[in-house]
Design a protein around this ligand. Sequence first.
Ligand SMILES: C[C@H](N)C(=O)N[C@@H](Cc1c[nH]cn1)C(=O)O
Ligand SMILES: [Zn+2]
Ligand SMILES: [Zn+2]
Length: 516
Amino acid sequence: MSSSSSALETEIFQYIDLHQNVLVENLEEWVAVESDSVQPGLRKEVIRMMALVANRLKVLGATVNSVNLGSHQLPDGQNLPLPPVILAELGKDPQKPTVCFYGHVDVQPAKKDDGWKTDPYTLTEINGNLYGRGATDNKGPVLAWIYAVETFKALKLAMPVNFKFVIEGMEEAGSLGLEELLEEEKRCFFADVDYIVISDNVWLSNRKPALTYGTRGNACFFVEVESGDKDLHSGTFGGIIHEPMTDLIALLDSLVDPTGHIQIPGIYDNVAALREEERKLYESIEFDLEEHKNNCRVKKFLYDTKKNRLTWLLNIIILPLVLFDERYSLEEILLHLWRYPSLSIHGIEGAFHEPGIKTVIPAKVIGKFSIRQVPHMDLSVVKQQVVEYLENVFSKRNSPNKLKVSMPLGAKPWVADINDPLYIAARRAARTVFREDPDFIRDGSTIPIARMFQTITQKSVIMLPIGAADDGEHSQNEKISRYNYVEGTKVFAAFLLEISKLHGQLQEISNTKTDN
Ligand SMILES: C[C@H](N)C(=O)N[C@@H](Cc1c[nH]cn1)C(=O)O
Ligand SMILES: [Zn+2]
Ligand SMILES: [Zn+2]
């Protein structure tokens, strides 16, 4: 496979290099909008962000439709408007394939006080890294796609494909309303789409590119324990009542054991068995354990099998065992990250969490946890297993408090066929820009829309990330490096050329077959 760039690619790459400061300025403008979809008070900022995107796409020359999705109700009964979803298109040439890009411009909450070194909503460049909330998840990659398309226009080059954008503002809050919109637009906006591309995750490594062919789903749970309608003085009432917080902590503590194993009976029953060819894929992946630990600032992973003295000795004597043991532990970590379920506890609403002391017994607390689930786990079965288990644990406590378990959000996992033309084109594009083959990886996180796209449109989907493993999505000091942002833009442009070429070749083959 050739990895050198053509004259056309060289022209495009030079343009992107020369105009990289414009890319950074665009990101600065977008990061400045606090488009946090999780906090109701910031919904107007998400809506303002969607307007900025619509304008940017109009400047690009796209036909833009901001689809109103109405409103949704919060658990406290409050009605909130949903931000519009933007459906935009550029080009309608029946001779060209149509690529549809999905991205989101809402972000996770961020406050300077959370431990950010810089203001999360002021894009700040330090040592080649662009810090700011949304820099990598997902404003940077959305802008990189816009810029890749814009480069063809600026150089007066024919676009190799027709291009469509689906941009939403509720991804971090579960992509509310999007599935219905896909169903409605299945025979309209999506009718002529051939390929779907998402760039909303990161590489496995800090420097080696990757293509993603699977993500986990997510089942989010609320566990509410309530004693009465008011908080109580812990001196006046402590010692004589069943405290909701104590019940809740016991419930949460019963979910996972110290080895990370989920305690809910039956939860692993439907997990797809690992096939040999799948395990082989893992063998070729470059995975730097120390780098990964450093990225998440932990000393030890759950499956980080430290060798004891005896295995050490054995390993010195039998070298192959050393290799096997090391390989085995690395694969084990990836398997637990990508294709086994995991349970995380996120927080407790109603609990006192401010600095200082407040001697109170909260009357109502809501524990929040989620289970990242994998093929072939079924969301409704998972829900039933969780509810039955928690009710059973609670009943053994003989508490008079009220327990309510709900699953406000459920997103399914997604897996793609890596032999699809999308992966061939993306691999070529990544190779041209980075001069090395990308890793084929899965991702432990969730992009609810991936599976919906695949099921509803019946088209193939690829995740083509440009962010690095140390970008810190959802974390303090989120960043994208200038290098990844700029080179990523080149990968997107190269990808459009590659998929157009490949699509043409596939069409020719299929035409020859029909003629014969
Ligand atoms: C991978 C993507 N950038 C992302 O962060 N997705 C969220 C979506 C989600 C899942 N449950 C609730 N929101 C994630 O994986 O946490
Ligand atoms: Zn995202
Ligand atoms: Zn995210």
